[in-house]
Design a protein around this ligand. Structure first.
Ligand code: ATP
Ligand code: MG
Length: 567
């Protein structure tokens, strides 16, 4: 990742790392340009939020918190065609879940349609906007190129009266879609293409999810956004880099109208390796059933990450850690994984679970004896205490923890070799029983009763310790393992190939015969655990039932990806 993004050195007055946005804000406050910081998060309700939006939410709400200011939630619902109430609800849920509160300041750009209309009338009256009757292709074709000026529209010199009359009739529904547009009258020769008489309003005879049939003209984003910011008293309008060239237009509108002037600041959007960050492409994955919905735990959506087992704290820490950059870059997904491991290491209850079970019989252990052994709930947090784990003659261990013909430096179980069973005894493998097809059916061991963990004589050392679950007490569960959704770092980076050709066909592995110690019986949806030695897992909130728990692996303890690469 870009080191320049990392917040390590400069710490500001609030004892939080500084960045270029905070420097601008500090300067504005020092010069008295604004009295109190007021930001906003302005999602378009045309999809579920992703981790890039999480970055923007943490930034906007975070700045408001840090500067004791305010942050609004505003739905940018200026495009009636793609918006949906389902998305509005999910966005509110995600912002709250991340730990932020817009209090009473929930707004919709559509709340301002009357204001925006009246502002447009003012600009028309000032001679700063005109109705263009050219077809949309013609408007596009006469914009010129970055090096050549555009051509003036033959309608550019309509009188204010005529423009006003046409605009009112446009609003009243007298024209068809595309027949007329309202354009700002700025400069067709501007080196900035956004300033070449940009369209402010177009005709769309469409139902809007909030205003119904009231409007058949809808404002363009560039016109609606700044005026909405201004109406809400926003001081710092933070957006992503692609809007840098739109800033002169943003400023032009508020200056021509003489209304409150927010400052637009651009930062680089978050790109994360091995995934995509475009709602349009994410929607494609959902519609084409390449994933199981927006909240599929492989998705980079906030609801997908939540279902996967990510915590709000881990996403906030991730966002703080990556900082804000002025240039586009790619953040390594390993950094996101680090953030959740760091958080869950401190908080997650430990349990023993066996994902690929192999039966192990302790020949010299009494037939009906069950011992309740002490196990630590979280070595990072003493206050979490300990629990009892039942131990008996028949256990399950991980298939991987036994090798009939061990390679060098294999310190787990193999014929004639000793290992310690975590929280229990040292055992020695004395026999291997095979199925007819030659596969291993079960492993037989003897145990050394003198080596019970925690007892005075337990001091004898062996090289390997493995985990286990008592067979008669085991809870059967389904466990879903997730790998990266794409096989390459930048699936959208190849202009020749469709991003879907990089889908990782092994991104989901379902294990149906997993065994977990009985403590897990009390687990509730969303609860998070460390399965010792394996990783962090959470109870799936959608597919689990009381008698049938389904677990999602949030993240493995070690980097399995690296292991594959090393062969
Ligand atoms: P997408 O490209 O995924 O459709 P968008 O920019 O169209 O995203 P909006 O709903 O308009 O999505 O975004 C709401 C806010 O989130 C905007 O202020 C936008 O700048 C910000 N945002 C969107 N994607 C990212 C990202 N990858 N990193 C940081 N901020 C982002
Ligand atoms: Mg957008």
């Amino acid at each position: 990742m870009n080191n320049e993004n990392m917040n390590t050195e400069n710490v500001n007055e609030n004892n939080l790392p500084s960045n270029f946005i905070k420097e601008i804000i500090d300067d504005d406050l020092a010069k008295g340009r604004y009295a109190k910081v007021h930001t906003r998060f302005p999602p378009e309700p045309n999809g579920y939020l992703h981790i890039g939006h999480a970055k923007s939410i943490c930034l906007n709400f975070g700045l408001a918190r840090e500067y004791k200011g305010l942050c609004n939630l505003r739905f940018d619902d200026t495009n009636p065609a793609t918006e949906d109430v389902e998305y509005v609800d999910s966005i509110m849920e995600d912002v709250r879940w991340l730990g932020f509160d817009w209090e009473t300041r929930l707004f919709y750009a559509s709340d301002y349609f009357d204001n925006l209309y009246n502002y447009a009338v003012q600009l028309i009256k000032k001679g700063m906007a005109y109705i263009d009757s050219q077809p949309s292709d013609e408007i596009k074709n006469t914009r010129g190129t970055p090096t050549e000026a555009g051509t003036l529209s033959p309608y550019r010199n309509r009188s204010a009266e005529e423009n006003l009359d046409l605009f009112v009739r446009m609003k009243n529904g007298e024209f068809k879609d595309g027949e007329l547009v309202l354009r700002a009258k700025i400069d067709m020769a501007s080196p900035n293409m956004n300033m070449r008489d940009p369209i402010m309003y177009r005709i769309r005879h469409a139902h809007h999810h909030r205003t119904g049939e009231k409007w058949c003209i809808y404002p363009m984003y560039d016109y609606a956004h700044g005026q909405s910011d201004s109406l809400e008293g926003i001081t710092h309008s933070i957006c992503t880099l692609e809007f840098e060239n739109h800033r002169p237009l943003y400023n032009w509108f508020v200056e021509q109208l003489g209304i409150h002037h927010p400052r637009q600041i651009e930062f680089a959007r978050l790109n994360l390796s091995y995934t995509i960050m475009s709602k349009r492409k994410l929607l494609q994955l959902v519609n084409e059933k390449i994933v199981n919905g927006w909240d599929d735990p492989r998705m980079p959506t906030i609801c997908g990450l939540r279902r996967r087992g990510y915590t709000p704290e881990s996403l906030r820490n991730f966002s703080e850690r990556i900082g804000v950059a002025k240039r586009d870059g790619m953040i390594d997904v390993a950094l996101l994984e680090f953030s959740i491991k760091e958080d869950l290491n401190k908080r997650a209850q430990r349990v023993m679970a066996v994902l690929n079970p192999l039966k192990l019989v302790i020949d010299n252990y009494p037939e009906n004896l069950v011992e309740e052994l002490d196990a630590v709930n979280n070595p990072e947090d003493e206050t979490m205490g300990s629990r009892k784990v039942p131990f008996s003659k028949e256990l399950y261990i991980e298939h991987d923890d036994f090798r009939e013909n061990p390679p060098k430096k294999y310190f787990r179980l193999s014929p004639g070799n000793e290992v310690r069973l975590r929280y229990a005894y040292i055992i020695k493998c004395v026999d291997v029983i095979k199925n007819d097809d030659g596969s291993i059916k079960e492993v037989h061991c003897t145990y050394d009763p003198e080596t019970k963990s925690g007892s005075a004589q337990s001091g004898r050392k062996v090289k390997g310790t493995i985990h286990w679950v008592s067979a008669q007490h085991a809870i059967d569960t389904e466990v879903r393992l997730y790998d990266r959704l794409f096989t390459v770092e930048d699936p959208s980076g190849d202009k020749e190939k469709d991003f879907k050709s990089f889908i990782n066909s092994e991104s989901l592995t379902v294990l149906n015969n997993c065994k977990i110690e009985p403590f897990i019986k009390s687990a509730k949806c969303g609860n998070k655990f460390q399965f010792e030695r394996l990783g962090y897992f959470c109870v799936d909130s959608k597919d689990s039932t009381e008698n049938n728990l389904v677990f999602n692996r949030t993240v493995p303890l070690r980097d399995t990806w690296a292991k594959i690469e090393r062969g």
